[in-house]
Write a protein that binds this ligand. Structure first.
Ligand code: ATP
Ligand code: MG
Length: 281
């Protein structure tokens, strides 16, 4: 009951911001996502997510790295979360002109923030009342969605695509938010072929009938066909650019590779707050 009440409060606050233009309260530290600074009511969830197993499984990543990928869950009132709500609002505005049910999140290189953006966009979207949201991990090579969200999948995208599991068996619900996730479990030897398969098209058609918004996390665009394949199966693409990191040449190359008509906008990740104030793209 308390969970529902909080969700309703968040939804109402978001609605007021959208309708009345009310500014969001800003947390004092926008990227301080250490457990100590997380809201108290999330502690149980946070503890679970920060289990040693989870951090160990993620290789070199620390708990802080994992938390940065889900700031909209841990600090819904933070500046970063507000930026994702702004992105959500901009996609909604574009969706009044063209159907945007499926959105893929792409970037030129590894480590530029695609998984972080996918999770946060999915979380803020799932907080809009009445919207059913599915987050799909399409990085079959180095999947990170399940690690970041503390999920332990029995099945995932490759099992569904190869007919070893049903969609219903593989989809997992994220605790504390109304978000469904299709994670990756097994890492196939032929990821590009699987993503380009008829089974993937059929899966997208199926989930499009079940969900209001589907978000695809993808691997780096340069050097692999996967992100291009997924972007061409999506209604829109958000291109993540890491401020001060992604070379301009790489951005231009990615824009040549991807179908430009589908690119909804650029998400400039990692700017300082003053620089990005009012300019989240
Ligand atoms: N704005 C940010 N500020 C601080 N850390 C960030 C920010 N964005 C992302 N990170 C951190 O950078 C690392 C890489 O982010 P992420 O995994 O989202 O990138 P990616 O593009 O999905 O990488 P890959 O292509 O390897 O999957 C993570 O540890 C994440 O927590
Ligand atoms: Mg990633």
């Amino acid at each position: 009951m308390a969970k529902h009440y909080e969700a309703l409060q968040r939804a109402e606050a978001e609605r007021r911001r959208k309708v009345v233009g009310e500014p969001a309260p800003v947390a004092p530290t926008e990227w301080d996502t250490t457990p100590a600074s997380a809201p108290k009511h999330k502690k149980g969830l946070l503890d679970k997510m920060l289990s040693r197993r989870q951090v160990a499984e993620s290789g070199m990543e620390t708990a802080s790295d994992l938390n940065k990928r889900r700031i909209a869950m841990l600090q819904p009132e933070s500046f970063a979360s507000e930026q994702f709500r702004t992105l959500r609002g901009r996609i909604d505005s574009l969706a009044t002109q063209q159907a945007i049910k499926t959105v893929s999140i792409a970037s030129a290189n590894s480590g530029e923030g695609k998984t972080m953006a996918s999770i946060n966009l999915a979380v803020v979207t799932s907080m809009s009342v009445g919207r059913k949201v599915l987050l799909v991990d399409c990085d079959l090579r180095q999947p990170k969605i399940h690690i970041s969200l503390g999920l332990e999948p029995a099945f995932g995208l490759s099992e569904v695509l190869s007919g070893k599991a049903s969609l219903e068996d593989a989809v997992m619900r994220v605790e504390g938010v109304d978000l469904d996730v299709l994670p990756v479990r097994g890492r196939p030897s032929n990821p590009s072929e699987l993503l380009a398969s008829e089974a993937m098209r059929e899966l997208i058609a199926k989930v499009s009938g079940l969900y209001d918004q589907i978000i695809f996390d993808t691997p780096a665009c340069l050097g692999l066909p996967d992100a291009k394949t997924i972007s061409e199966l999506s209604d829109g693409v958000v291109l993540v650019v890491r401020a001060g990191v992604t070379p301009k040449q790489d951005i231009e190359t990615v824009l040549e590779i991807l179908d430009q008509r589908r690119v909804l906008g650029l998400l400039l990740n990692g700017t300082d707050r003053e620089a990005s104030q009012g300019r989240p793209y």
